[in-house]
Design a protein around this ligand. Structure first.
Ligand code: FUB
Length: 329
């Protein structure tokens, strides 16, 4: 074996080893492309991640179904999907975009955006695209889910990217991205199947950039309104109530490539986790449209003493040592 051969073998070994220990993107089994991961810990103690599902080379985010993946160590995942598809809806046939989920009184709720029509980018006046938010229910976290109301929660305003936050007192708040309705919140009724009261415009302290994919959570009595600002960089506000007023706190994850991000933040076994998606090159892809495809990923997330969020870096290791970390706590 000459020197070149040895170097070659060595590099291959290094790459293979690195690949074995890498955990991002998350290993969801087979070759599925997922985006918009929404993480939840349910009463059985497992982590469930609800995602949208990218098809190879899909044009303009034409997406057809949602999946859920479960794990108890964040390394070994089971795919339980698809758990709902736009074919099962009477009011939409496309745009199975970023879902969220909730658990209440023994039932599991999938809150999902879906839509119809086409966006005409050259002549926007010819666009027919419309999106709304639906609710599906199941007795199990893994579905199958059934559209519970047979319509979207509302038709106007155009809306997608729902985030359903259940507060400790049982109140349910729905945040979303809406055409001219960003930074509004609406409460849901006790059964989570209809809205209660008006859309409430939240006080964002005077800073309201374009956004999609809001995610709200609570920690130590402080509420966090987090979002992909301009659909990309992850930023957040804090507040003392789920309806604001909110105070802008800035960036906690920088941008990678000129492409969207979508995330969720959840505590699991005493450790906070950030789920998000990455646009990674798929070299053997037949897709001429784009070589990068979306994949769900996870990182540890830490808070400072004053409750602010520390910067999170994208890593290839992700949360692969989760079990060891938890045992050390
Ligand atoms: O996955 C479709 C759309 O792309 C989501 O709804 C947005 O948040 C962006 O991730």
């Amino acid at each position: 074996m000459n020197r070149n051969h040895i170097t070659c073998v060595f590099i291959t070994l290094l790459l293979t080893t690195a690949a074995c220990f890498a955990q991002n993107p998350l290993d969801f089994g087979n070759d599925i492309r997922t985006a918009d991961p929404s993480g939840h810990v349910w009463p059985d103690g497992k982590m469930y991640v609800y995602t949208s599902h990218d098809e190879e080379c899909q044009p303009d985010f034409f997406m057809k179904n949602w999946h859920v993946f479960s794990s108890s160590d964040l390394v070994n995942w089971t795919d339980h999907g698809p758990i709902l598809s736009v074919e099962q809806l009477s009011w939409a046939d496309n745009y199975a975009w970023a879902p969220d989920a909730a658990y209440k009184n023994g039932k599991y709720y999938l809150v999902f955006p879906a839509g119809t029509g086409i966006k005409d980018r050259k002549n926007p006046e010819n666009s027919t695209k419309w999106m709304g938010i639906g609710i599906a229910v199941s007795d199990a976290p893994t579905g199958p889910f059934k559209d519970a109301i047979g319509t979207p929660l509302w038709r106007e305003p155009y809306a997608n990217d729902p985030c359903l936050f259940l507060d400790d007192d049982g109140s349910a708040y729905l945040y979303f991205h809406g055409k001219n309705f960003d930074y509004y919140v609406v409460e849901l009724a006790e059964d989570l199947l209809s809205t209660k009261g008006d859309f409430i415009k939240m006080d964002m302290g005077g800073y309201e950039p374009k956004m999609e994919g809001p995610w709200v959570f609570k920690r130590n009595d402080l509420y966090y309104f987090t979002m992909p600002e301009n659909n990309q960089v992850l930023t957040y506000y804090t507040g003392k109530s789920p309806k604001g007023p909110w105070q802008y706190q800035g960036v906690f994850m920088e941008q990678e490539h000129n492409s969207n991000n979508h995330h969720s933040i959840v505590e699991y076994k005493g450790q906070w986790i950030l789920f998000y998606h990455r646009w990674l090159e798929v070299p053997d892809s037949d897709c001429t449209l784009r070589k990068r495809q979306r994949h769900s990923a996870a990182e540890y997330l830490y808070f400072n003493e004053d409750g602010t969020i520390q910067q999170v870096k994208r890593t290839s290791e992700g949360v692969k040592d989760f079990e060891i970390r938890i045992r050390r706590k």
